[in-house]
Design a protein around this ligand. Structure first.
Ligand code: DHB
Ligand code: FE
Length: 281
């Protein structure tokens, strides 16, 4: 059967993608950011997942205020990089896994998570920057990717608890797929950041550190934290962190922390990153 071996959480700052694409990764501002992912790149090269379920949010690239799915799953064979205003990123087209994606869609919907099924979608920095951070700049992505988009752009986003329970349902879905596949779940976005208004640029290291600790050790408790606490303490865009709870819900209660990284500055965002392994079966 298919199984989830690990979870990866990471910020998805667009300027990180631009730094890589424009050959600026070695510049003093960016070098410490990319250095923080070196061990993670080695880890995933050794882990060799067949499929990544990539939980991210679309930033008005594929969706808009005209159409706002709370949870959407990409069932297509391919997903092209979105044009976010400067042309599409020069990264490989993302290869999907339609058979597993349709199986997960069926399992989730029958499990009472009413997913939007997406058969055509361009993917923005929310999805491509985490791939770049974990895999660098290959000619082709070395893994199939199932995009799972969560609305955290237009109020009301789903609760942390709903996201955590979606992760548990994703695990049930994956473990009922008969083919032997190694699956890693990515949760992306965050950490503290606010992009607009008088508090633009807000960073809260204490909040972020507590979130990292609690996501590892007490995810059910973290899942109870209301939206307003994220927004008040860590900025309006910190609400993206509920997507990390989807990843955490797909793992065992007790996990092994294999990588942790936290760095400020990176554009307007505190960059946070975790890799958590499920104990071997
Ligand atoms: C930035 C961060 C994001 O998560 C995003 O979606 C857009 C911009 C930033 O820090 O600049
Ligand atoms: Fe974002």
């Amino acid at each position: 059967m298919a199984r989830i071996t690990a979870g990866v959480a990471t910020s998805h700052v667009p300027a990180i993608g631009a730094a890589l694409d424009q050959g600026k990764a070695a510049e003093p501002y960016w070098a410490p950011v990319f250095a923080g992912y070196e061990a993670s790149k080695a880890w995933i090269a050794a882990e060799k997942p067949d499929v990544v379920i990539l939980v991210y949010n679309d930033h008005a690239s594929a969706f808009s205020l005209e159409l706002i799915p709370t949870f959407a799953i990409g069932c297509a064979a391919q997903f092209a990089p979105a044009d976010e205003g400067w042309g599409p990123r020069p990264v490989p087209v993302v290869q999907g896994h339609p058979e597993l994606a349709w199986h997960i869609a069926q399992s989730l919907i029958l499990d009472e998570f009413d997913m939007t099924i997406v058969n055509r979608m361009d993917v923005d920095h929310g999805l491509t920057v985490p791939l770049s951070l974990m895999f660098g700049q290959p000619a082709e992505w070395p893994v199939k990717v199932i995009p799972l988009a969560v609305n955290v752009v237009q109020y009301p986003p789903p609760t942390g608890n709903r996201c955590f329970n979606l992760g548990r349902a994703i695990r049930r879905a994956v473990e009922s797929f008969p083919e032997d596949l190694k699956v890693v779940v990515f949760g992306t976005g965050g950490m503290s950041h606010q992009l607009q208004g008088p508090r633009a640029g807000l960073i809260n290291r204490a909040f972020d550190t507590a979130f990292l600790d609690r996501l590892v050790a007490d995810p059910k408790g973290q899942a109870q934290v209301p939206h307003i606490d994220y927004v008040r303490e860590a900025g309006s865009e910190a609400i993206e962190l509920v997507m990390w709870l989807v990843m955490r819900g797909a793992l065992d209660e007790t996990v092994r922390e294999v990588c942790r990284f936290y760095h400020v500055p990176a554009s307007n965002t505190a960059v946070g990153h975790l890799i958590l392994e499920n104990p071997a079966p």
